[in-house]
Design a protein around this ligand. Structure first.
Ligand code: HEC
Length: 129
């Protein structure tokens, strides 16, 4: 019996299943703000800007927009576009839908994606404390 458990643990170790979060695809470590941003992004933005902000033909590629020197790289520009939208160009205004804190969180998440600190996929939920 002990042998069976030992060989199972070895198998788990070799196949990389140990210490992986059950929910996570890759379990990237993010801050609480970035995690909240990931959540909000999925609810509010992903349908047009693509899952994990990966390029999507529907709307602007936010990995380019928020990359250094991109057209929405600074927080003030980003916040203005998100809150007021671009009427007539398909980008809705979100000021009735999201709070300033939620926009800050989405910005933090997208910055991490654009600067390649956060990989695609579901990040690991930070421990509450
Ligand atoms: C209904 C579809 C739709 C949704 C939902 C949507 N967007 Fe957009 N967004 C667009 C389109 C289309 C554009 C391009 C507008 C243009 O041509 O200037 C855009 C542009 C942008 C830009 C400007 C990009 C640039 O390079 O200038 C930012 C930033 C942005 N969206 C962020 C967001 C965020 C954050 C959310 C979620 C809170 C969101 N969008 C939700 C359609 C959408």
């Amino acid at each position: 019996m002990t042998r069976l458990i030992a060989s199972f643990s070895l198998f788990a170790l070799l196949s990389g299943t140990v210490a992986r979060p059950a929910s996570g695809q890759d379990g990237a470590t993010v801050s609480a703000t970035e995690y909240e941003g990931w959540r909000q992004y999925n609810v509010q933005c992903a349908r047009c800007h693509g899952q994990d902000a990966l390029p999507n033909p529907v709307a602007a590629n936010l990995l380019v927009s928020l990359a250094p020197k991109g057209p929405a790289a600074d927080k003030a520009t980003f916040t203005k576009v998100v809150m007021e939208g671009r009427p007539g160009r398909g980008m809705p205004a979100f000021k009735e839908t999201v709070t300033p804190e939620q926009v800050d969180a989405i910005y933090a998440y997208l910055k991490g994606r654009a600067e390649k600190r956060i990989p695609a996929g579901r990040p690991q939920e930070p421990a509450k404390g």
